[in-house]
Design a protein around this ligand. Structure first.
Ligand SMILES: [Zn+2]
Length: 302
């Protein structure tokens, strides 16, 4: 077996479980929740996609204010009239061979730490850092969502602060087939079903991804990381090449990933959705207090 090494990462597990514990947290637990807010698409803070620690709460993390007031947040509804790029873009990643790269269940996603592969996007040289999956898709295409989305996260070769993410949608298909990368990773997923598990991913074919980046039409816009701290200044490229996944493989991914998709944001330059909602909260609270007072008054009158 190529994937025999399973490593339990205690730190990642504890972060995950503190995120769960924080569903009902307050006081000191809330402080822990805030202190752990570092990372983003790789650092893995104790955020969740559920209720009170879900996306509406992410701006409570230290350094993650952009989640609640940033004006170029991701994901968005990509519309076919947006700017596109294709000429000169290269995502020339080699297939992953026998030595392999870590494939980790981080508690928020499953991620392959495949570093150093070259990419040229919008004339800028980048290096691949890692790629991971979301279910359902985070972006939409002309308001259509997809069962899954994969994100290839790149860092600038000359400027490490420069980030670019390529997103590819993943969908089921009439032939019920899987792109070879999806088939291989679905097989490996059985080894990393729990947060903190890692397997060495070997022999992962990436031809579908190369096609989906090099030469394909990609919608580009200025956005952010889609996890805390929601850092802005990320150049997004959302490909119109859609990767295939069979129903059986999709169900494997769905079972391990659960729901890990941030809600749609408003688009470059528009008001943040959290900030927009928050401006009405005082009025909502006032109405609720007035109703309560009325009910109490009625009870005493009766
Ligand atoms: Zn992502």
């Amino acid at each position: 077996m190529h994937f025999s090494t399973i490593i339990s990462i205690a730190t990642l597990s504890s972060l995950f479980y503190s995120a769960l514990a924080c569903e009902s947290c307050s006081g000191s637990a809330k402080k822990l929740h805030r202190r752990e807010a570092e990372g983003g698409e790789g650092g893995e803070p104790a955020f969740s996609y559920l209720g009170l620690t879900g996306p509406v709460d992410w701006n409570q993390f230290e350094g993650a204010q952009a989640c609640g007031d940033g004006k170029t947040q991701s994901p968005i509804n990509v519309v076919s009239t947006m700017n596109t790029t294709s000429a000169g873009d290269i995502g020339d990643y080699a297939d992953i061979g026998a030595s392999g790269f870590n494939f980790t269940n981080t508690g928020h996603t499953v991620e392959v730490f495949y570093r150093g592969q070259p990419a040229v996007l919008g004339g800028v040289e980048y290096e691949l850092q890692r790629f991971h999956f979301h279910t359902p898709s985070e972006h939409r295409l002309d308001n259509e969502w997809f069962p899954m989305e994969v994100h290839f996260v790149h860092q600038g070769r000359n400027d490490p602060n420069r980030l670019a993410v390529v997103g590819l949608f993943i969908d089921t298909n009439e032939e019920n087939t899987s792109d070879p990368m999806m088939r291989r990773l679905a097989t490996l997923l059985q080894s990393i079903e729990n947060p903190g598990d890692t397997v060495v991913a070997t022999h992962v074919p990436l031809a579908g991804v190369r096609t989906g980046i090099t030469g394909a039409k990609k919608y580009t816009y200025p956005g952010s990381l889609t996890t805390p701290p929601c850092t802005e200044g990320v150049t997004w490229y959302v490909s119109n090449t859609i990767l295939d996944v069979s129903i059986a493989d999709y169900k494997i991914f769905k079972r391990v990933l659960g729901y890990n998709s941030r809600n749609l944001q408003t688009g470059p330059g528009k008001q943040n959705v959290v900030e927009f909602a928050a401006q009405f909260l005082p009025a909502v609270a006032e109405r609720a207090a007035a109703k309560k007072q009325k009910r109490t008054a009625r009870r005493f009158a009766a």
